[in-house]
Design a protein around this ligand. Structure first.
Ligand code: URP
Ligand code: ZN
Ligand code: ZN
Length: 464
């Protein structure tokens, strides 16, 4: 099967030019002006952007946690991703306490089997490194499973949190194995104290989710993780940076030339702390962690992604139903499942409010949403760019298409959308995964099970 994508504005992290892209089988075979070639399918992309399929490095599909399971499984979550122009994501495989990593990975592979419509890899989320056997297994993950990133939670004391000893040992293992360490950076011990005090004082509503997780506690944990990673000699990627207190230590470490990278997520640019005060418990829709921050942080984050203090924008898609899941916390904010949906709208939102509004260039958008996540997580140049030999993961993006974002039309199973009613200009029109059209307008053409698991290269083979 061959495809000729004709006359589009090809945009990569480095270039922007009008060209044709010829796809043979699953790969890009040729890029050039006015290619004189026959193809099984010709796609007219005149007036459209031709972008690399976007890469989301941070998602939680079908994740059981604190008695609830995230509402999007691999089929619905990846369908939402595909409509949003994301063709690859890296999901978190969570190790249960006492469980081997191989067992955890087997369970997570089972979740995607027969369902996947786009490609994905796994990060391993470490909760238990108590034995030497487990530590040794961790070091073998890149070689044996193509899993080249380790995630540790410095918060969620009731479930996922690890102590500094575990964090540091994982960093030492990563320094040996060539993996990238990721941290959820918040001081879980202090948060636990503040949450108990809030409840004891009768402060049970969603706004106390933010008030018991102040930005300073994100800043403290970010700095602690940076210093520990430096001593261990491990590269570090800080997930979901939400505030100045966390961006600042990352900026300082990078100025020193340390191997520190970071991401923020779409929602932190648009949703601020006041959303938690919405009436009728609607604030619970915005209970994710770190919490929405005071509005001034939004400019800080735009500056951070513009100036390369942060290198990626993810979604942290972790969807729960408002009615039927989030309402478990109606009398106690601690029981509201933490997380929100977002896989489908990242490209639309960042294109409209980032590129169209003049905050970042089109090339930088591609870098933040496609190229850097692919480089950091061992997928580049197979994914994350448009180049001869790369997987033909391509988004034909209509920069003038008007869309009103809504739960009524999105593809996630979530019963609300974080950006409900937002009008954006610019949206994917056609999406290809490894040479096959998987989305055409409002039609999903991918068959469940056609998405592939991607073994990822070790960190450092392609530095950002
Ligand atoms: O609220 C969030 N972010 N839920 C997902 C787990 C995490 O911390 O990434
Ligand atoms: Zn987190
Ligand atoms: Zn997350």
């Amino acid at each position: 099967m061959s495809v000729l994508i004709r006359g589009g504005r090809v945009v990569t992290a480095a270039d922007e030019y009008i060209a044709d892209i010829f796809v043979e089988g699953e790969r890009i075979a040729l890029i050039g002006a006015s290619l004189d070639l026959e193809a099984d399918r010709v796609i007219d992309a005149a007036g459209k952007y031709v972008l690399p399929g976007a890469v989301d490095p941070h998602t939680h599909l079908a994740m059981p946690w604190r008695g609830e399971t995230t509402i999007d499984d691999y089929e619905s979550g990846q369908t939402a991703a595909a409509f949003g122009g994301t063709t690859t994501h890296v999901d978190f495989c969570i190790q249960g306490k006492g469980q081997s990593f191989a067992e955890a990975l087997e369970i997570w592979h089972g979740k995607r089997e027969g369902k996947a419509v786009i490609d994905n890899g796994f990060h391993i989320a470490i909760t238990d490194l108590a034995t030497d056997e487990r530590l040794a297994e961790l070091e073998r993950l890149p070689e044996e499973h193509g899993v080249t990133s380790y995630k540790l939670f410095m918060a969620y004391k009731d479930s996922l949190m690890v102590d500094d000893e575990t964090l540091f040992k994982a960093m030492q293992a990563a320094a040996k194995s060539g993996a990238l360490v990721m941290v959820h950076a918040e001081n879980g011990d202090a948060i636990e104290v503040l949450m108990a005090e809030a409840i004891a004082a009768g402060n049970t509503s969603p706004r106390y989710h933010a008030l018991t997780r102040p930005p300073e506690l994100e800043g403290e944990a970010t700095n602690r993780a940076i210093q520990l990673a430096h001593v261990a000699g491990a590269p570090l990627y800080v997930v979901h940076v939400s505030c100045a207190e966390s961006a600042e230590p990352i900026a300082l470490a990078r100025e020193r030339g340390w191997n520190i990278w970071g991401e923020t997520c779409t929602q932190y640019f648009f949703i601020d702390q006041s959303f938690l005060d919405k009436p009728d418990f609607e604030g619970a829709k915005y209970v994710y962690t770190p919490p929405p921050r005071p509005k001034a942080n939004q400019d800080v984050l735009w500056n951070a992604v513009r100036t390369n203090v942060l290198q990626a924008i993810s979604t942290d898609h972790c969807a729960y139903l408002f009615k039927g899941q989030k309402d478990a916390g109606v009398d106690d904010f601690r029981q509201i499942p933490n997380g929100g949906p977002g896989l489908e709208n990242r490209l639309q939102m960042i294109h409209h409010f980032g590129v169209r509004d003049g905050r970042i260039s089109l090339n930088r958008m591609v870098e933040l949403l496609c190229t850097n996540p692919a480089k950091l997580f061992g997928l580049y140049p197979r994914k994350g760019t448009l180049a001869v030999g790369s997987d033909a993961d391509v988004v034909v993006f209509d920069p003038e298409k008007r869309v009103t974002i809504s739960a009524a039309t999105h593809h996630s199973k979530a019963d609300y959308n974080l950006f409900e009613g937002t009008e954006v200009v610019g949206s994917p029109e056609l999406v290809l995964l490894r040479g096959s059209v998987i989305v055409d307008g409002d039609q999903l053409l991918a068959k469940p099970g056609s998405g592939q698991f991607v073994q990822r290269a070790r960190f450092g083979e392609q530095l950002v």
